[in-house]
Structure formats: C-alpha cells, structure tokens
Ligand binder design. Structure first.
Ligand code: EPZ
Length: 448
C-alpha cells in the first residue's frame, strides 16, 4: 500500500526506545486519531462489496499497514492517501490469507466472515495467542457453523466453506457464550450477505461494533440493534460502494486523559465522543479529576487537587474497558490510598504491574487481581512494554516519574498509537524517540 512506511521492515520500529524525563506538565490541545479497533474491522468489511469503498480518518498505525498487506495478499486493491483509504475488493482472487501476517494481527482473522460471505470459501490462519491471553476463536467458528459453514481446523489453518450450489450462508439464531467483540463483528459481516435473517444474542456492545454496523448499512446492509445485546441482520444479495468516516479512538483519548491526570495537567482533547468514554470519565471523576465537555466532541480535563484511590473491574462494554486497565494502573500507582484492579476479560493482562514496580510502584498481583498501594512519587528507570496497552501505561507512568524513564517494546506501541511521542512532545512532554543502541549507551554512561 503506498503512502505509509513499510513498518514490517522498518528497523527503527523494533529497535527504537522512548526516553521520557518526567515531572513536566502538559498543556494545549491533542487531536485524537481514528479508532484502531474500528478502522481494522472496517477494512475487513470492505471485502463485502465489489465496488469502491472510501474510508476516512484511518489512523497511521502498524496494524493498519498489516491489515492492508493482508487485503493486498488476497488480491484487494488498496490505496492510502493520508488518513483516507480507497479499497476495491471487486476481484479479490483468493480466500487464502498469508499465515505470517494473520498471526501478527488478530483483527485480520475477523475477515473470515466477509470472505465466506463473498466467496463461500476461506482459508484463514488461526491468529494464535499473544501476551495477554490465548485468544481463541471458538465463538467465531461456532457462529459460522450455525450459518451453514463447514469448518475444519488443521495445521493452524481454519478451512471453511459453504456447501450447496449457491454457496451462500444461511441466516441463523446465534447465542454467544461471551460478548466477544471479534466474534460479533465476524458474524455480523457474514450475515449481511446470508440468505435470510440472523440474530446474534449476547452480542458485544462496543462502539466499534456499532461503527461496523453503520459502515455495513452505509453499503446497503440491513443491520439493527448494534450497540445492544441483540443484533438483527437481514441478508441482502449484494452491497454497494460507500464513503465512510471512522469514529475517534476512545482508548487513545482515555490514554491522554490518564496522561493529563498523572501530570496534573489541563488538556483539551478532540474529536471525542463522550458517550464512548463514560466508564473512564466516571472513574477519573471518582478519583477527583474534573472533566467537562468544552464543546461538542471536545473534552477539557483539569487536574485533581489530590488523586484519590479507586477500584476498577474490567467488563465488556458498557463496563470499564480492559484496554484502559493498564493506563489506569499507572495512575492509581500514585493515587492517595489503596486500589484494587480486577481484570475479568483477559487471563494474562496484568504483566505491566512488574514493570511499574521497577518505577517504584507498590503493586501486588494475585491471579487476575492487582492490589495497588499508592506511593507519593515514581522514579524513572529502564522498562519494557510487553503488549500494546502495557507500553502505553509505561509512557503514562514515565511522564510522572522523577528523572529519566526509557521504554523498550515500541513495536507494540506503534501497533495502536498514531505518533504518540510526537503528540506528547507537542503538549510539552520531554519525550524523545531514539535508537536502542544510543539509549543503551546513555544508560551505561549514566551508571558511571
Ligand atoms: C477486541 O479483541 C479488541 N481488538 C481488543 O483490543 C479488546 O481488548 C477486546 O476486543 C475486548 O474489548 C480489536 O478489536 C482488534 P474478544 P477481541 O473476542 O475481539 C474470549 C487492544 O488493545 N474469546 O471480545 O479479540 C477471549 O479469549 C486490543 O486494542 C473466546 O473465548 O476480544 C477474551 O478472554 C487488545 N472465544 C474475551 O473473550 C472467542 O471465540 C474477550 O475477547 C473469542 C473471544
């Protein structure tokens, strides 16, 4: 895809480091990019139609580049012009997605619903697990089987095909054991072109699911109920072109809210959709942080006198988002009092606690519970981001830690944040991105 650096081979993506000198407050206005977890699935949704799809407000992310490579490997024409993607899946030639790309990008597996709906056959590598959990796809598979697909999993490949002469999926009534975001999106896409009506019960209610439904409906799909636990999809024979804008990234916005809170800063954030941020806003207000809607789609966050401790339990939307848990742990690490964080969505998403403890936090983890005892101040140190949101949490903590914090693992950060270091620099943070060899030399010289 033209227009973006080829992050797959970019050396600095894997070997650069963030250096942060903490204790500086932030000020000004930060522009929030399009939502990663919407843009990726809309790109998959473009496979449903054989005409031009134009998608605006697409963030500049490594994961977007990877998804574009998956689509290109399928024979889809895709062109990036700044934050706009032009996609045409008229002649996508094969249903075989490239193994090495799909295993790096779980969201690409969601395309199996669209590929099956269009071609009646799909070979999709299993995405595999990652740092935060096993990440199974059983709910996706069982839903597709309910819609008439035959699915065999062997050698790490999910082989699916629709028997019968017209190779068309059939509408079905599907109950999801858990409100999986990806499974809801996979099945919603598959159902748009199925024969008859599909009902998805216990569906995920995340804003990105709603954005996908709106995107598909802009192409002529007939989806109702997105955003509730029951989604109805009336299959149609084909979908048409669209020109669509991705919603703002609520997790990026939430990350900047925690960055402002931890540095006792006043910031403006836009565009945002406040309704998408209700759990994070409510929790910050409970902690003493004041947040007002300055103007439509614009929030002003103001510093708290004292950051109060608070308990967090992550839940499917509209509960507190698991993707904000790590960033809030950084904030609670310097709150006044004890907090308890319960991670109920993923089985291994508390690994950032040990890295925060290297920065002087006092956090004990037992199972999926973290006990956070607030400390007055963190102190800078070299730390390692183990997944996307863990890396973001370490950036947030580094902004407040005294002295210098160096953060490795930026390949994770680049997956989900659009030039985070540049945005922070523009807000007055003392942040620089340097090559790892230079950072190691700087650490070594500081040690003498
Ligand atoms: C989406 O992942 C997001 N990714 C994740 O964001 C987010 O954390 C997650 O939803 C929960 O909100 C994208 O949208 C690309 P799930 P997804 O299916 O769809 C279990 C980030 O940081 N499960 O809702 O993979 C699963 O193991 C990323 O931006 C099954 O058991 O999440 C997990 O415990 C991380 N079987 C729980 O459900 C299945 O078939 C929630 O997973 C599918 C999921």
């Amino acid at each position: 895809m033209s227009g973006l650096p080829d992050v797959k081979n970019a050396p600095e993506a894997d070997s650069s480091v963030l250096r942060i000198w903490g204790g500086h407050s932030l000020r000004g206005h930060v522009k929030i990019s399009g939502a990663k977890n919407s843009a990726l699935v809309l790109m998959a949704g473009a496979l449903l139609c054989s005409e031009d799809c134009r998608i605006h407000n697409v963030p500049m992310l490594a994961d977007v580049e990877r998804m574009a490579q998956v689509l290109s490997a399928l024979g889809v024409r895709i062109e990036r012009n700044g934050e706009t993607l032009d996609i045409n899946a008229k002649d996508f030639s094969t249903s075989k997605a490239p193994y090495e790309l799909v295993t790096q990008l779980r969201a690409s597996f969601f395309a199996i619903g669209a590929i099956l709906a269009r071609l009646g056959v799909a070979q999709m590598p299993l995405p595999g697990g990652c740092a935060i959990g096993a990440r199974p796809v059983d709910l996706h598979v069982r839903g597709l089987q309910a819609m008439g697909a035959e699915v065999q999993i062997e050698h790490g490949i999910c082989n699916a095909y629709v028997p019968g002469s017209n190779r068309r999926l059939k509408g079905a009534k599907i109950y999801l054991d858990s409100p999986s975001v990806g499974a809801t999106e996979t099945l919603m896409m598959a159902a748009t072109l199925a024969d008859g009506e599909t009902v998805i019960e216990n569906a995920a209610r995340e804003p990105e699911v709603v954005d996908l439904a709106n995107f598909c409906n802009s192409m002529g799909a007939k989806i109702t109920g997105a955003g509730t636990s029951t989604i109805h999809i009336k299959g149609v024979s084909q979908l048409h072109s669209t020109d669509y804008q991705v919603i703002p990234d609520r997790i990026e916005a939430g990350t900047f809210l925690t960055a402002a809170a931890i540095t006792h800063s006043e910031l403006l954030l836009s565009p945002v959709i406040p309704d998408h941020l209700l759990p994070a806003i409510a929790k910050l207000q409970e902690m003493g942080v004041n947040i007002i809607e300055e103007a439509p789609n614009c929030l002003r966050v103001m510093p708290a006198e004292v950051l109060k401790a608070a308990d967090i339990e992550t839940l499917p939307h509209p509960g507190f988002p698991t993707d904000m848990q790590a960033q809030f742990m950084s904030l609670l690490a310097i709150a006044d009092g004890d907090s308890l964080i319960s991670e109920t969505v993923f089985e291994n998403r508390l690994r950032h606690a040990s890295e925060l403890n290297r920065l002087g936090a006092d956090i004990r983890v037992k199972g999926n519970i973290a006990f956070v005892r607030g400390v007055p101040l963190l102190s800078g140190a070299p730390v390692l981001g183990t997944d996307l949101r863990a890396a973001a949490a370490l950036v947030v903590a580094g902004l407040a830690a005294s002295g210098e914090t160096t953060i490795k693992g930026l390949q994770f950060l680049d997956r989900g944040y659009d030039r985070l270091d540049l945005k922070l620099q523009q807000l007055g943070a003392k942040v620089e991105r340097i090559r790892e060899v230079d950072a190691d030399a700087a650490i070594a010289s500081a040690a003498h």
